[in-house]
Design a protein around this ligand. Structure first.
Ligand code: AMP
Ligand code: MG
Length: 487
């Protein structure tokens, strides 16, 4: 276990130089205070969890202090936003403080979001508000606990600094951890600004540091792109299987590592709705829940374009062709497990689609349905769940097929079935209304609800005594919350 002053830095991205990022110091928040910290994320830095409560922790992550070895940099990138190319973006309010390596030999970027203005702030104020910082913190750690690759969050620091959004709010900072903060948009920036040397340096950096095994392949960059395609397909398969809607899948928000990254007005589905749009400024539904799958491929094509200096167009096209098959294989595998199936049959895809259609028409809670399906034997569970459906004849026909499918699947006890299903079907997810309750309390100065919710969501598959209220369907007011897109 380490104290805060014992972190070891190795700032590999900063060493790429001024063409890639600009030195900027964090702008401190007034009266910084700890809102919430993640012990699991602290463990990634070998940090003793007790240090979160020390004043120096809030000072460091509230922008007042800096390690001597930190080299705070604002990164430059660009990207396709809602389908249109924006030639220059960059860290407008976040800083890469440095890269820390842990005892296991992993490097973790320390990225402080809400740290003030940078040369890339454009019209913005460089700040982040408490509400959006809490949402990013909770989602990062909840996704990780669900087994969905994501950037992580070490802590949220609150303050008395006024920040103007639709109304006056308070500034906050979230300390984000990821093994890299390089986005698709980094490659696009150097490609479209026609800087082939830096473009090559960036590609080499990513290959050597993040895809070293691809160097053994005859065409290392092609192998790396294939791996990026596969990781994105797997990540999005998990989003779809668990009902996560990212909200702003612009290429500047897509990580080169295939992890969930840069949260906007994200949401987890309550009732199943394939057409759900969590971002109210997304009028065309470009990033609706079901569109996430084709958009994943669209984004990879945008990256492929930026990689044409290193990989032939034919090879890129072939690699892009792997996306959908990879996606479908991962998705179906997860959905089979969610249904408690251990074998594969040709008609399983139809079984899943049939269920989702019924859920869509009846507004069935996406999370609780699967959890309850494992509570009892298939026969008993479908009898109990039947009441949630409007199309009873449709559900009965599905249930009959499902029961027959379970019978063919194998010979196991209900105990085994429940154990297996509960290990993949969460009881607790980050419902919008739960986040909203925690945020309202935090804005009034009480951080206990944020902390409790974070704790509950860190073990989403385990039933926790006294936490029944976190496993309920949302109340009516909580179903159609409009989450502000400003952050
Ligand atoms: P986002 O939609 O949060 O992914 O941000 C898109 C771009 O706008 C990025 O370059 C951000 O750094 C920048 N940005 C967002 N909010 C602010 C802000 N309050 N101040 C400065 N830049 C911002
Ligand atoms: Mg972004």
């Amino acid at each position: 276990m380490k104290a805060l002053d014992e972190l070891t830095f190795d700032n590999r991205f900063a060493r790429l130089g001024d063409a890639f990022s600009t030195h900027v110091l964090p702008e401190p928040l007034d009266e910084p205070r700890l809102v919430v910290a993640s012990k699991a994320a602290m463990a990634l830095l070998d940090l003793d969890p007790a240090v979160a409560e020390t004043p120096v922790f809030a000072e460091l992550f509230g922008g007042h202090k800096l390690w001597a070895e930190a080299e705070p940099r604002a990164m430059v990138y660009s990207g396709h936003q809602f389908g249109g190319y924006t030639p220059q973006l960059g860290d407008g309010r976040g800083l890469l403080l440095g890269e820390v390596y842990n005892q296991a030999g992993e490097h973790w970027d320390l990225h402080l979001k809400g740290a003030g203005m940078t040369p890339y702030s454009r019209m913005g104020d460089g700040r982040a508000v408490l509400r959006s910082s809490i949402r990013e913190f909770l989602a990062s750690e909840a996704l990780h606990a669900l087994g969905i690759p994501s950037s992580r969050a070490l802590c949220v620091i609150g303050s008395s600094t006024p920040v103007w959004r639709e109304k006056q709010e308070r500034g906050a900072m979230v300390l984000r951890l990821a093994q890299s903060h390089i986005r698709f948009g980094h490659f696009e920036y150097f490609y479209y600004t026609k800087k082939p040397e830096q473009q090559a340096e960036l590609a080499k950096h990513v290959l050597n540091l993040h895809y070293p095994e691809c160097r053994e392949q005859p065409e290392p960059y092609l192998a790396m792109f294939r791996e990026i395609v596969e990781r994105n397909a797997e990540m999005i398969a998990k989003w779809q299987a668990y009902g996560f809607c990212h909200g702003v899948m612009n290429t500047d928000n897509m990580s080169i590592l295939g992890i969930t990254f840069d949260f906007g007005p994200f949401a987890f589905l309550d009732d199943f709705d394939a057409h759900f749009i969590c971002n109210h400024s997304d009028h065309e539904g470009r990033y609706s829940f079901s569109n996430q799958v084709p958009i994943g491929q669209w984004n990879l094509s945008a990256l492929a374009q930026a990689l044409t200096p290193f990989i032939s167009v034919d090879a890129l096209k072939e690699a892009l062709g792997l996306y959908l098959p990879f996606y479908q294989a991962h998705y179906l595998d997860l959905m089979r497990r969610r249904l408690g199936l251990t074998t594969a049959e040709d008609d399983d895809q139809k079984l899943v689609e049939g269920l989702l259609k019924l859920m869509q028409n009846s507004g069935v809670d996406y999370t609780l349905f699967f959890r309850r399906l494992g509570d009892e034997s298939a026969e008993l569970a479908v009898k109990r769940l039947r009441d949630d459906f409007v199309d009873l004849a449709g559900f009965d026909a599905w249930a009959e097929r499902y029961i027959a499918r379970v019978a063919r699947d194998g010979d196991y006890t209900q105990e085994q079935r429940r154990g297996r299903m509960h290990a993949v079907n969460p009881l607790y997810i980050l419902r919008n209304y739960l986040a909203q309750n925690a945020i309202a309390a935090a804005e009034a100065g009480d951080y206990s609800e944020v902390r409790r919710l974070h704790e509950v969501l860190s073990k989403p598959f385990e039933e926790q005594a006294g936490m029944e209220q976190y496993a309920q369907r949302p109340p009516d007011w909580g179903k159609h919350l409009e989450i502000s897109c400003s952050s």
